[in-house]
Design a protein around this ligand. Sequence first.
Ligand SMILES: *Cc1c(COP(=O)(O)O)cnc(C)c1O
Length: 376
Amino acid sequence: MIKFLDLQAITAMHGDEYRAAMNRVMESGWFLQGKETERFEADYSRYIGTEHCVAVANGLDALYLLLRGYKEMGVMKDGDEIIVPANTFIATILAITRNHLVPVLVEPTFEHLEIDIDRIEKAITPKTKGVMTVHLYGRLAYNDQLGEICKKHHLKLMEDCAQSHGCRFTILHSSLFTLHSSRTGSLGDAAAHSFYPGKNLGAFGDAGAVTTNDAELAATIRALANYGSQKKYVFQYVGVNSRMSEIDAAVLDVKLKYLDEDNRKRQQLAAYYYEHITNPLITLPKRLPDENNVYHLFPVFCERRDQLQAFLKEHGIETLIHYPVPPHQQECYQEWNARSYPITEKIHRQELSLPMNQALSQAEAEEVVRWLNAFS
Ligand SMILES: *Cc1c(COP(=O)(O)O)cnc(C)c1O
């Protein structure tokens, strides 16, 4: 059977290094807020290209604390609006509503699957305080136009990088004839990252982080994540407990060294998929240059998606759907259930994610393609 994601195989790729890292923490007797977390924060902020990285307990907390930090700083208040893609994972929306902010759902394009930047300006009202772009599936969801819109309207540009570790935005400075390349997580004012085990950079449990160049925001989030305290036993905010374990920080620091190599492996598999999937019943998203896509997932689209999934399963290929039901149709957001977002709904009706990770072999990718092309 070809598994969708074989975390056992992925972990075995550097098993000895993980064991050494975990042993080091175990023997140190220091399990939270120590040297390992400090080192990972420094290494990850260097990798992303920001001055600050605050390690937290998971990706949803990173998103929540990022927005909460802006609220504590007086940049946002209850009832303010945040523009966000309608086709994101529920956590992006949960972080907004849990802060008593209002998500303004904007359709993606079917071609790119990311927020339709041309629709953003029309969604801005006097209450809009920010845009949360989501680099969904590992695809870049940013361009200069988005940066300019946010500047022009004084909006905070925030990124949900839970699926885009290592993805880059590259521009040619025509006056200098130089290529300038920045990673997602450094493109706007602040960004949230998840290190859930299945992500491109995954821990051995839950973990997350916020990256930013804003020192005040970083300090506020650090305090909020530590019961609202900057100084021991002095509580400035009604905070939460959201910490990364030293074991996870140590493991992530090992994995970070291999992230670019792992992403290159994904890109090679993706190239094979793009060049060999020829079934006219299956549509692929627009192919991006490799630097703009780290292929967290490899989505394909099919009108008879459920049949395709069953057919692949019959032939030993495991696939998943990201995601079966969009946020506006969920029970927890009943107030939006009657709304219609046709592009988002089409994506959720037709999407199927193929096996895609650094442990997948070329032979397995060939097998996936063989059965995809055999579907009729
Ligand atoms: C995984 C994910 C999150 C949440 O991260 P957790 O660490 O699981 O809390 C948020 N946004 C997106 C787009 C994700 O894929």
